[in-house]
Ligand binder design. Sequence first.
Ligand SMILES: Cc1cc2nc3c(=O)[nH]c(=O)nc-3n(C[C@H](O)[C@H](O)[C@H](O)COP(=O)(O)OP(=O)(O)OC[C@H]3O[C@@H](n4cnc5c(N)ncnc54)[C@H](O)[C@@H]3O)c2cc1C
Ligand code: SF4
Length: 579
Amino acid sequence: MEPTDTSHPDYYHRVVDCQWACPAHTDVPEYIRLIAQGRFTDAYMVNRHSNVFPGILGRVCDRPCEPACRRGRIESKPVAICRLKRVAADHREDVSARLPKIPRLKNGKRIACIGAGCASLTVANDLMPLGYEVTIFEQFGEPGGLMRTNIPSFRLPATVLNEEMGMIIDMGVDLRLNTPVKSMRELLSQGGFDAVFVGSGAPKGKELTLPGREQAAANIHIGIAWLESVAFGHIDRVGKRVLIIGVGNTAMDCCRTSLRLGAESVKVMARKPRGFFKASEWELEDAEEESVQIIVNRSPREFVLENGRLAGMRFDQVEYELDAAGQIRAERIVGEEFLAADDVILAIGQENAFPWVERDLGIEFGKWDVPVVDKTTFQSTLPQVFFGGDAAFGPKNIIWAVEHGHQAAISIHRYCQGESVHERLPPGMNLQSRKMGMHEWSYANDYTPVERRLMPHVSLKERFKKLNIEVELGFTAEQVEQEVQRQALHRMRCLHRHLPGRLSHHHTQRPGGGAAHPPQGAGEEPQPAVVRIGGAAADRPGDGEGRGPVRALRAVRRALPDRSLGHAEIRAALATCDR
Ligand SMILES: Cc1cc2nc3c(=O)[nH]c(=O)nc-3n(C[C@H](O)[C@H](O)[C@H](O)COP(=O)(O)OP(=O)(O)OC[C@H]3O[C@@H](n4cnc5c(N)ncnc54)[C@H](O)[C@@H]3O)c2cc1C
Ligand code: SF4
């Protein structure tokens, strides 16, 4: 066993596992503490600082933090970290006055971002407050990337998406919609940009080349392109019997969308047993709740046609032999099955595609025809070109794309200032007591055996009436209080570890501890520069203000049991309490 080295930040990862597991290192214990105190707006801002899109992520984050939650060591379900984020977003007040200020006087550097997905938007969010002029080129008529075109509105409402993207675009980003970048050479030679960020995603859905594919093409769809057509209103119906091939998260969105477009029987076809599914457990649960059938151990063999039209698919039935570790040791075909279908949707993966990047520019591409990108700096082999999000290393998720955007923004800033992109601050840490009693006693410190709160859903009868009815309703005040109490176990031992490496109007760090001031516009208040290592508390919401609100929250709970509270109701109830 390695001796404990408290001087190394990695030691603290083991203490605040959830924060470390979040790619953007969201300060989970802190924001849950603020929610417990009823300080929803502060909790929102703590989130926004690292993950930029709390309302979006509170609904659809892939939640890599939750398997790391310490609560998971004593019972099966972790704290509902993700859904608590949504609580902060749902009940916050207007945050416009707390967003980074944008200097009127620019720093003379122009940055191009290709694609208006979450990666590019994060780059803009981090660079605009430093005086950069950021132009985003987007091929479609609306920004948002896959968050808009592929994540269905019954999981992520357009209002939430628009509001959080608006916070960035309204910083003064030059957003050029319906403007696909068709040639990187042209952009580099004629654009007049100091650096380029490629956040164009992984837009190519994988094909399934089997007999009958071409002849039945009219009723065989590539999942991500099909969802995009649904999002833009080009497709508004589907056949009665639908087969979805693949069992990842895209498949889950395809099957649930099919039900909303009129399908009566939807089957998701999986080649392997359940333990090998790529879809998140909660997405599987939601699909199965809606009567989607998931059929395992079926390997597609051919598309079957009748009178020149798709009639269904034939599958091999496969049997697997697993070893003691649960890994597949052998597989054999034990039969075949035909399933009738009016439409088949292929959801077997997606890939990067850069037909618009000429291969003689100095941007090296690797053996899978993906760009060679530095994993720390996100710089390509052409120094002024950076990649991030799905475009960098293939499809992942929103929170990874956000973190890529943060890191690329640091690199772009250093590159534009003539500094080495490789010299980055090491992770820093800042210890804050989370003991209770004399400090900021807001919780009972014993173990609370309550189980994880179930997220209330719109009834099965209601949710299919329209495509954009959001299924999850958000936690009630009662559920919030119980869920935050579940955090007690690790809260008692939480140490806060602050990772530097965020560019914002008051967090521009340089090796050696110096801090860069953004240029100030005429008549603007100078922005403070804060170096985080050892002193990160400076920009955090003040401590010790929250005991009243936690009492208030409890009072809300007592006064209004079993009710789903809206923002206004919560505020009104809080106002009546003794703060
Ligand atoms: C069906 C589906 C469901 C998903 N669900 C979730 C989920 O629930 N939670 C989660 O965390 N992640 C989910 N993901 C993954 C997540 O959406 C992506 O990882 C994330 O959006 C990647 O962000 P990005 O900014 O890198 O790229 P994208 O979101 O793909 O954005 C890229 C943008 O670039 C534009 N573009 C591309 N080429 C050009 C060009 N040449 N010129 C101009 N513009 C261009 C595109 O139009 C697009 O707007 C899902 C993905 C899919 C396919
Ligand atoms: S952004 Fe996602 S991974 Fe990070 S703390 Fe929130 S839910 Fe967890």
